[in-house]
Write a protein that binds this ligand. Structure first.
Ligand code: ATP
Length: 274
């Protein structure tokens, strides 16, 4: 999904401060995670432990970053897979891969001495799409294995496991996945507003030599509708323009040109896939 070509590398662990905008999503997620941390109180009140958090929203808005930050915040190990890995796997292989993922989470936690693990599954719709009468047997087995793993999680077990998943097609998910006790907490991660875009641009400008002419607030205005991933591209492409010209610093016009380029790129991408 989306424009992955020019994305920056993200570390295995990062804090919420490194995610621009997304104030509401961050707050909702932190509330859910605090709930997870207060295990004793939860047990005292007889509350069902939180097992799954579903992040929904358009591509490139920071869902993966939020999952990594959740692991950092709860001092958990982080393991991840993408639903798209499971497409076109032979029957049984997908289910095995899910089993291994959870095994990896438990082993990693044990090795590092941490008491919890975040298992993140991106593009969950690729395995958790609505079942359609046995046509996709492999998807069924993979999904069933995931459901089995989720149902097998107990709050008393160490490490505690939190499953996070992301999708930009929430409506296509099988109802078995989103029922209580599974992914029952949903957090919407939307395209950033102007303030959010400025924040994201600032984060990705941190390691770059900016010229005094650069006005991030104006760039945030000019990049209406851009995702975080596209804003990261803008900073990167702007730096490339500046370097090619032999400039010492990245000027505002370089970044304006980059906005046009990213916008055009999206258009040609869309035409190509039409
Ligand atoms: P997809 O649905 O395509 O998997 P996603 O929502 O998981 O996308 P990420 O993988 O988290 O998106 O973001 C991709 C890249 O875009 C990040 O590595 C980062 O460079 C940049 N990015 C996206 N959102 C933000 C944000 N809110 N703050 C800072 N950088 C961001």
């Amino acid at each position: 999904a989306g424009n992955r070509k020019s994305r920056g590398r993200t570390p295995q662990s990062l804090s919420f401060e490194e995610i621009g905008g997304q104030q509401r999503a961050k707050q909702e997620l932190i509330e859910a995670l605090d709930f997870l941390i207060k295990q004793d109180e939860i047990r005292q009140f007889g509350i069902r432990p939180l097992k799954g958090i579903l992040l929904t929203g358009p591509p490139g808005t920071g869902k993966t970053l939020l999952a990594k930050a959740a692991a950092h915040y709860t001092d958990s190990v982080y393991v991840a897979a993408s639903g798209s890995e499971f497409v076109e796997m032979y029957v049984g292989v997908g289910a095995g891969r899910i089993r291994d993922l959870f095994k990896e989470a438990r082993q990693k936690a044990e090795k590092s001495g941490k008491s919890s693990a975040v298992v993140f599954i991106d593009e969950i719709d690729a395995i958790g799409g609505k079942r359609d009468g046995g046509q996709h047997r492999e998807y069924d087995q993979t999904l069933n294995q995931l459901l089995t793993e989720m149902d097998g999680i107990h709050s008393s077990e160490t490490p505690r496991i939190l499953i996070m998943a992301a999708t930009n097609r929430k409506d296509t998910l099988d109802s078995a996945l989103v029922r209580p006790g599974r992914f029952d907490r949903h957090i919407g991660v939307e395209l950033p507003d102007k303030k959010g875009r400025e924040h994201i641009l600032r984060i990705h400008a941190q390691n770059k030599p900016l010229h005094a002419s650069v006005e991030l607030s104006r760039l945030a205005e000019e990049s209406f509708g851009f995702s975080g991933a596209q804003l990261e591209s803008v900073m990167n492409e702007g730096a490339i323009y500046a370097m090619r010209e032999g400039s010492e610093r990245i000027e505002h016009r370089h970044l304006s040109m980059a906005i046009d380029k990213v916008m055009m790129g999206e258009k040609t991408d869309r035409q190509a896939t039409r």
